[in-house]
Design a protein around this ligand. Structure first.
Ligand code: DSN
Length: 430
């Protein structure tokens, strides 16, 4: 039996191995990112050890003199960056946001329209996730597989037929803006509350490079804050409070609804990230989309089946590749991992088996943050294509490590050019 000291040492050692593995890898998971040096500094502070239930100035604990300042700054930055009247920055993740909103605007047995999981909907929008937990009945929008987006006429028909309490939009495979302008007349017709989960595209919305859901009639916008918005693993709820009582029900949904203490260090890191977004967000969002398009085209040119060619592949950070001809998403994702290229297998709308999906999903946001530009997407595409075509991943890995050596620093932030993978550590073994 290993001793407690040996167990703790092995955890330290695995963590260090993880850090150096990622330093040597090309990170293409569409839902991840690296934080800036300043955000990491405040994240790794004593705030991490503290409690602050409630709101600034109205806490259930002493010790929050400075935290009140930080949270107030964070809330006003969120309202400013997303041009809205209300922000709650306490939810500890995107799914916690969604649970809080479900508590606030839906009751068990209410009806809600959503995007199906197989069409890229998020697990918290599904019966098997948060929505089911709240006892809400879900109805899925018809989906246009050719455009990888909800079908406008079908969605309008569904909303008219079902008359949902809530119409929820947003995807985890988010290639193109949701056609909200096209369907928004139907919202007032049936009187539903409208909700947009912008987790994946929050940084693109902030950078004015995607749609603007609040200006397109959405009552509530939720999102995690660590994807295209390159902050801490955390969440935010936004609203223009167009509906009576929304502010107090959203606040109650967060606390005491689904959180007791929120994560104070994450609120501080989010505040820094939002300040950096004000300064660098537009340039960052622009480059994310350019890189996603360049990666899609470079893969397509190499004979890979990138979806939505007719529509320009993507207008976001995400692209999806059907790799069925290369033995499917699970096999390809695993082979890429062996070559230090990190992606996830992904269900495509026509797949029947969730354990054998035919796609992989790639995101450009993290490699963009690490300084890659369009020409680097060509090199990345070549490495991916070599693995997909069956080359030994170990051979490709050597070239991945070589390429990645030039991309280990964080960009679009204060302290630009600091190392992304250097973390404080104590010398020696336990
Ligand atoms: N499941 C995550 C994703 O990868 O899209 C979002 O929570």
């Amino acid at each position: 039996m290993p001793s407690p000291r040996e167990i703790a040492q092995s955890v330290r050692s695995f963590t260090r191995k993880h850090n150096s593995w990622f330093k040597d890898s090309i990170p293409l998971i569409a839902s991840e990112n690296v934080m800036s040096p300043a955000a990491r500094e405040v994240m790794n502070s004593d705030l991490h050890n503290r409690y602050a239930e409630g709101l600034p100035g109205k806490r259930y604990y002493q010790g929050n003199i400075f935290m009140d300042e930080i949270e107030t700054i964070c809330e006003s930055l969120a309202k400013e960056v997303f041009s809205c009247k209300f922000a709650d920055v306490r939810p500890t993740s995107g799914t916690v946001c969604n649970l809080a909103v479900l508590m606030a605007i839906a009751k068990p047995r209410d009806k809600m329209t959503t995007v199906a999981l197989s069409d890229g909907g998020h697990i918290s929008h599904a019966k098997i996730g948060a929505t089911g937990l709240r006892g809400v009945k879900t109805f899925n929008y018809p989906f246009d597989e050719d455009r990888m987006n909800i079908d406008v006429q079908g969605a309008m028909r569904l909303i008219r037929e079902v008359k949902p309490k809530v119409a929820l939009f947003g995807q985890s495979v988010y290639l193109f803006p949701t056609p909200l302008d096209e369907i928004k007349d139907v919202f007032s017709e049936v009187g539903c509350t409208t909700w947009y989960d912008g987790a994946h595209v929050l940084g693109l919305i902030a950078g004015k490079r995607f749609q603007d859901p609040m200006r397109q009639g959405m009552d509530v916008v939720t999102g995690s804050t660590h994807k295209t918005l390159p902050g801490p693993q955390h969440g935010v709820i936004l609203s223009d409070l167009a509906k009576d009582g929304l502010e107090s029900s959203l606040r109650r949904g967060v606390f005491p609804g689904v959180t007791s203490n929120h994560h104070l260090h994450s609120v501080a890191a989010l505040a820094v990230t939002l300040a950096e977004t004000k300064e660098f967000g537009e340039a960052y969002a622009e480059q994310i989309v350019r890189n996603a398009k360049a990666l899609a085209l470079a893969l397509h040119t190499r004979g890979m089946d990138v979806l939505c060619e007719k529509h320009g592949f993507t207008e976001s950070h995400t692209l999806v590749v059907d790799v069925e001809e290369f033995r499917g998403g699970a096999v390809v994702a695993k082979s890429l991992e062996a070559a230090n290229i990190i992606v996830n297998k992904n269900l495509l709308p026509w797949d029947s088996s969730p354990i054998r999906p035919s796609g992989i999903r790639l995101g450009s946001q993290e490699v963009t943050r690490l300084g890659m530009k369009e020409k680097d997407m060509d090199s990345v595409a070549e490495l991916i294509a070599r693995v997909a075509r069956g080359e030994d991943p170990e051979t490709v890995k050597a070239d991945v490590v070589e390429l990645k050596r030039s991309f280990t620093k964080v960009h679009y932030c204060f302290f630009e050019g600091e190392e992304a993978y250097d973390y404080p550590s104590y010398d020696g073994d336990l």
